[in-house]
Design a protein around this ligand. Sequence first.
Ligand SMILES: *Cc1c(COP(=O)(O)O)cnc(C)c1O
Length: 505
Amino acid sequence: MDDSKKETYSDRFAPLEMNTDAFRELGHELVDRVADFLAALPERPVTTGESPSKIRSLLGESPLPQQGTDAKTLLKETANLLFDHSLFNGHPKFWGYITSSAAPIGILGDFLAATINPNVGAWNLSPVASEIERQTIKWIAEMVGYPVDCGGLLVSGGNMANFVGFLAGRYAKAGWDVRAIGQSSPEAKRLRVYASAETHTWINKAADMFGLGTDSIRWIQTDADLRMETDLLKAQIDNDLKSGDKPFLVVGTAGSVSTGVTDPLVEIAKICREYDLWFHADGAYGALAACLPDAESDLKALSEADSVALDPHKWLYAPLEAGCTLVRDSKILRDTFSYQPPYYKFDEVGGEPTIVYNEYGPQNSRGFRALKVWLALKQVGRSGYERMISDDIKLAQELYQLADQHPELQAFSHHLSITTFRYVPEALKQTHEERETYLNQLNTEILTRLQEGGEAFVSNAMIAGKYVLRACIVNFRTNLRDIEALPEIIVRIGRIVHAELQPNH
Ligand SMILES: *Cc1c(COP(=O)(O)O)cnc(C)c1O
């Protein structure tokens, strides 16, 4: 390097660097705008309902800019773009799918986490962060009644959390060294996994991605309440054993994605013990409700599972993304994923053993997801969460009653914080079959209009062939007035759509 260059490089100020005053000013401005945005959220529509082409046109089609932009202008314009054209799951009337409002302390936590930017793949790269994750896992286990000496880690969400449990089960129960020889060698039998038809599609992805194939899934029928029929489960396992297959895993859902029901987990746990199968509980949505003193016994029985998946970005109100897997035997979790290559030597520091998170899951470099979850747990404690979760459930129950009492609404179900119902016009003259087809069409259109209109946001479920509207309240901003407003909104849209679809009525 010649001397003139040396001068340039010793005073290096990289294009991405920001001086202290500028950072402070931009940060304060952004925080002010975020605070105003949060305050105004209830008065805004849930969504603007703009078309994909409209949204795309906001960004324009220009190629990657050659030159940069002033950071102050850029942040201001980007905040405008997002505030003016997003769907807000933090809105008090957002009840779609299973997506929670994000806790304000989680918003700040992500900011702080990105500042330190620890790599929580290994202890020595993330000393405090690794210990915060370990404590978070322990507290979550405690909250849902799971053994606190379990293994566990945070992942991106429910799908990933379930994959981790699935792989731990396959490693533990295959009966051969599945990590080394896979599933197609002569020693390998046909692996079988059991799940009810209400199971979330993560199970299809898992069977596919991990080489079993979706045909290896035995779909067990559900009863009238959409809970797995355990007699049929046993019969199917017996059959598969007779044919020389290798049953290894039963999935029980704690709070199903469409109606919030919990499988008979007490019975499933018993069957898994009897047949020496891995019991995985998918509690992505419902597991955290096991913290309530009056939780039903099947929900509490997730404490008997060999592994549990749950989503802090659902009922712990963490900003996306945060999923979590708990595995009863932490050695099994580690043995499912661990490699110790010569270029990593992480598992002790100064003679003390450490937790090396890259050995407990599929990720290598890992972000500091735990901070936002840990902060919220510390901010409100167990009692704060018990109150928020039980309030969500009570509000969903109230919605069920309002729908049930309304002459133009038909209530279907209420489990945990999910309520299903549909709009039914007062005088419908068709025969039964035509009527059902028409009601499906009518409610589909009502949902489309509601979702685009932005007054409130719900999603849908199919219950025995019936298209129903579905409100899932994992939203600490929702109050009773928000819930009371929903029936009238639905009925108003319902009347308009009905008049359009059936001009003669
Ligand atoms: C939400 C959910 C999932 C998927 O979780 P993601 O966080 O969306 O990946 C899986 N199972 C159940 C029961 C769920 O509610």
